[in-house]
Each structure stands twice: as C-alpha cells, then as structure tokens.
Design a protein around this ligand. Structure first.
Ligand SMILES: [Zn+2]
Length: 398
C-alpha cells in the first residue's frame, strides 16, 4: 500500500513523488501505522520495487494488501498523479470507515464523488457486485478500471472477454458501451468500445489506446466511440464459434439444440438474418444466434405475411425463457437499470431495415415477409451472398 500515518496522525502518501533520502530520514525518526487496522507498517525503499508500506507478518489486515502487485501499485499511483495534474481533488487509498471499503482513489468531479477501483487481479463476481452496490448506496459513483494486463487481443478487432470483464462495462451519454482499462507499463489507457460479443468468450471491439497525458477525466467517463463492424468477419467468427459449441455444448446450449431439432430446424442451416450484431445484445450473455432463434420460434416462425407481432408478447416469451435460464442476462453492476428487451427491439428494427417487418405503431410490427430457412448448404451460401449485398448498404456506416 501507498498510504500510512505517522504516530502523530500525519498522513504520508507515497502517491506523491518523494526523494529516497527524504523518506530514509523520515523512516529513521518516525513510526508508520496502517490507516485501516492501526497496526505498525514498514516503509520499504527497495531499488526494484516502487516505494511502499507493508504490514508485518500476521495481523488481520494483511489480506487486503498482501497480493497487491507492483503493477497494481504503480497503476494506481499513476492514476492518482494524473488526477492531481488535472487539479482534481483526490485521495489515494481513502478508507471509508462507514462502509469499511477502501477504493484505490476517491476523487471529486462535476460535483460527484467517485470511487476509483483499479482492478488488476480477478475477484469473485459476488464481491465485485457487493462493493459496487455499497458504493452506489453510499453516494459514490463507482469507476472500475481493469488492468491492461487483462485485455487479450486475439485478432485485430477481437478480444477475449469473460463475465469478469463485462463487470467493468460503462455507458456513454450517447448510450454506447465501453470497458476502461489502464496499463502502467505503457502509461496508456485502452478504451475497449463498440463491444459486440459473438460468443460467451469473444467479442468484436474497437480498442483505442490513449496515452495517460493525452486523456482527461471527462473523456474517460464519456469517450467518443467509433462504431463499425465488418459484417463478413462477424459471420465468419459467429459460424466458427457456433460450430465449436455445437460440438461441445453447455447444458444451456444443449437445451437450445434439443429444442430446434424438435422444431425440425438444422442448427447449421439458419438464415443469415439470425445472429445479427445489434448494440444492446451486450445486455445478454447468451449468443445472439440462440436468442434470435428463440425470438424467431416464439414470434416469427408461425406467422404469415400480414400477421402482427406485439412487443408485449415478445417480452412475455423472453421473460419466460430467462426464468428457465434458456437466455442468460448479463450482470452489469455499474448500471442502475438495463432492459434486455432493448436488444430485442434493436433486432426487430434491424429486421425492419432488411424488409422483413414494418412498424405499425407503438410496440407493434407487421410481418412483410418470412425469414427463409435454407434447405441445403448451397442455398445457405446463396442467401448469404444476397444478404451481404443488402446488409452492407444499410448497416456499415462511413
Ligand atoms: Zn492494516
């Protein structure tokens, strides 16, 4: 840890740049205590590691700091100094006795109190949720930043994102989603934006690297995000992951396969309009192929052109599937309220753009033509080609 108190109660914060000899002198005449448990701590002034305080062996408080890596300490120190340079009132390792939590940095911006948690190690989702809830209930705005060492780029525009990563997700005022990340080694933020997940583990993203000194706090809290997706690579990756999980399905995927075989559908012969990328599909953990197929089965498959689909009915059937755990909703602790129906609405609008539906009024769509289920691989390929030509015109911007 980087903060301790002297015997007289003076706070020493190593987030500021102290010279080594100044600290050596201080160490010779002072005793340091942990602001959380009050125990004596040692000031470490090694050559390799960043100057820091450490508890003696034993004691109750050790767990809190024991596994703190150099990477984490260096990162929070850089973030603290970055806020200081912007003349933002900030405190490093502020311990809030009331809620017994100690965010890495507390700072004030636009009249709001923020709890910055710079997280470089994986913690259980339940702890993440609990801490976040506790912050919100006590007047803090949580700002979780994930360590850059957790962002694994698989290909250009593709990163592995687990449930843990999604806990860090935030929204911009434009309603776009992003995950803020920081790497102290590169002294650079990575803003992982325009996230479109195509499987439980992987997502298409637009990652922007911004050096620490080129970014201000207001931009970190509300970055401008580009939105563009190569639709053919989307389908390629979707197909690959689909093939993978249909060979090794999870219980949830098994139920899906069972249901669609029962409905005489072949999971490899779905039309290109099932599995479309839509912005709010991030609210749903389940693959877009699965939830869009369910939507097709529940609302579209049985109706003829001229028929009506009501959003209310769709909400009911989706809720039923959520209850049965056929569709899994994502935990997004930093949002006050999210509605998975937003993903469904995006999708219906996309089908409208593609000429399958037309809006008849609030929450009502008219079926203009039915989705065509391919009967063979050849037919699937042909549908795909025709789809790309149409889809490019309506979706990909710029
Ligand atoms: Zn302690």
């Amino acid at each position: 840890m980087l903060t301790a108190r002297t015997k007289s109660g003076k706070q020493i914060c190593l987030g500021y740049d102290y010279k080594k000899d100044v600290l050596q002198t201080l160490r010779n005449k002072e005793e340091f205590h942990c602001p959380v448990c009050g125990e004596k701590v040692i000031l470490k002034l090694g050559e390799q590691r960043i100057f820091h305080f450490a508890h003696n062996r034993g004691g109750d408080c050790r767990d809190l700091y024991e596994h703190e890596s150099l990477y984490h300490m260096e990162g929070k120190r850089q973030l603290f100094q970055w806020l200081n340079r912007q003349r933002i009132r900030a405190e490093l390792e502020y311990y809030d006795k009331e809620i017994q939590q100690r965010p890495d940095v507390v700072f004030f911006h636009n009249g709001k109190k923020f709890a910055l948690e710079y997280q470089c190690s994986t913690i259980p989702e339940s702890i993440f949720m609990k801490r976040t809830k506790n912050y919100i209930q006590n007047g803090y705005h949580p700002l979780w930043i994930i360590g850059g060492n957790h962002i694994h780029q698989k290909k250009k525009n593709i990163v592995s994102l687990s449930n843990f990563h999604y806990l860090f997700m935030r929204g911009t005022t434009e309603g776009k989603y992003y995950i803020p990340s920081y790497c102290p080694n590169h002294q650079s933020f990575h803003i992982v934006g325009s996230i479109l997940s195509y499987s439980v583990k992987n997502a298409f993203v637009q990652t922007t690297f911004i050096p620490l000194n080129k970014l201000v706090i207001s931009t970190l809290l509300n970055p401008h995000l580009k939105e563009q997706l190569p639709i053919d690579s989307w389908h390629r990756e979707l197909d690959k992951s689909h093939l993978h999980w249909s060979l090794h399905p999870s219980p949830q995927q098994q139920r899906f396969l069972h249901e669609i075989y029962h409905q005489n559908l072949n999971p490899y012969l779905l039309p290109p309009e099932i599995g479309l990328p839509v912005r709010h599909s991030i609210l749903i953990t389940t693959s877009p192929i699965i939830w869009q197929t369910y939507l097709y089965l529940d609302g579209l498959a049985t109706k003829q052109p001229g028929g009506i689909i009501r959003l209310e009915d769709i909400r009911r059937s989706i809720n039923r599937r959520i209850k049965r755990k056929e569709i899994i909703i994502r935990n997004l602790p930093q949002f006050e309220h999210t509605d998975p129906l937003d993903a469904i609405i995006d999708y219906l609008f996309q089908l409208e753009n593609l000429g399958f539906l037309s809006r008849k009024g609030e929450g009502i769509f008219l079926i203009k033509k039915q989705l065509k289920i391919p009967m063979s691989n050849r037919e699937k390929e042909e549908n795909m080609k025709a789809f790309y030509q149409k889809y490019r015109r309506i979706y990909v911007k710029g």
